[in-house]
Design a protein around this ligand. Structure first.
Ligand SMILES: [Zn+2]
Length: 336
């Protein structure tokens, strides 16, 4: 071989062994397809990459299932189901003839974090959890027909979550431990000061529709996308600090929602996206949990019962602990 041939062979060999520079991503991620100006993953490439047996859509529904995960997608819909938990995508899944197109952003920031959480939960630092009981002081939050106050319920549940986490040996702080005014900016400032590794804001819901019920967990939309609740709202600007944790936010939101559903059997309103101040400005993975509707008479009665609040608290704590367990395993694997 000439010197030139030898060096070309060397480069080719290196490329074969380690991938071309910048191609690492593509080996870690399903093959993408550009249609128009948008990037998608076809359902067959998705199935191949995540080891799902090939599956054909049937009547507008596509089910991908293996022994570890079950993913259900619906044609022309943002609603998806991951392991029994409703998850709202940023954009609808498109049906194009026999192939389905799943937006690349949603594969990357919604589906991948649930299927491969260990890739999204690095760098846990001092493992400090900051719980944020919603409202307080002059800000009562929502109020039920029986007079149940959101600010009281959030505090009771948050204190119980803290206790359970401390019992598990976890370092926990709260943005308030009694009935007082705490501004949104102060809540974020506390997270910054404590160098919190996780931020979990706890709320109860209200609606003009008395039938509305169930639990939902909010995470920040990806940069450039709008909230689930309000698609007309301007998209999330690319400057939100919370977007640095897109994947980890999703892992935490999914785990808390999963434990809430399992523990209480409450209606699943899903993991949703909103640009709440505390999520947008977060300095760590952050979620906001809406535990149930004070404006639904049946749900208000449940929330009024200490045993139900205990179930809620246990579920939220279990979600946080599962997240921390995943992070710890990832760190150990990285260290080996
Ligand atoms: Zn609230």
């Amino acid at each position: 071989m000439t010197t030139l041939n030898r060096s070309l062979f060397g480069i080719a060999l290196l490329a074969f062994l380690f991938g071309w520079p910048g191609s690492r991503e593509s080996r870690d991620f399903p093959r993408t397809t550009v249609v128009g100006e948008r990037t998608f993953v076809t359902h067959n490439h998705l199935a191949r990459h995540y080891d799902f047996p090939r599956s054909r859509p049937d009547e507008g529904v596509l089910v991908l299932q293996n022994d570890r995960h079950r993913l259900v997608l619906a044609s022309d819909s943002r609603r998806a189901e991951l392991n029994g938990v409703t998850v709202w995508l940023h954009e609808p899944v498109l049906e194009e003839g026999r192939r389905w197109l799943i937006p690349e952003n949603d594969v990357r920031r919604v589906i991948d974090p649930v299927l491969r959480p260990e890739r999204h939960v690095h760098e846990l630092g001092r493992r400090v959890v900051l719980l944020d009981p919603g409202h307080g002081g002059r800000d009562e939050g929502g109020r039920g027909a029986m007079g149940t106050l959101e600010k009281e319920m959030t505090l009771i549940v948050s204190l119980r979550v803290a206790e359970r986490l401390r019992d598990a040996g976890q370092r926990v702080y709260l943005t308030r431990e009694d009935d007082r005014d705490v501004s949104l900016a102060e809540r974020v400032a506390q997270a910054t000061e404590l160098e919190a590794d996780l931020f979990v804001s706890i709320h109860f819901n209200t609606s003009a529709n008395r039938d509305a019920r169930g639990a939902e967990t909010f995470v920040l939309p990806a940069a450039g996308y709008a909230s689930t609740a309000n698609v007309e709202q301007a998209p999330n600007p690319p400057t939100a600090s919370g977007n640095a944790y897109d994947g980890a936010n999703m892992v935490l939101g999914y785990l808390i929602q999963k434990h809430l559903l399992n523990a209480t059997g409450t209606e699943d309103r899903g993991v949703r996206r909103a640009r709440f101040h505390v999520l947008r400005e977060a300095v760590s993975p952050a979620v906001l949990v809406e535990c149930g509707f004070l404006t639904n008479p049946r749900e208000e009665r449940k929330i009024h019962r200490a045993e139900y609040r205990e179930q809620l608290a246990r579920a939220i704590a279990d979600g946080i602990l599962e997240y921390l367990g995943t992070a710890l395993r990832t760190q150990l694997d990285d260290a080996l």
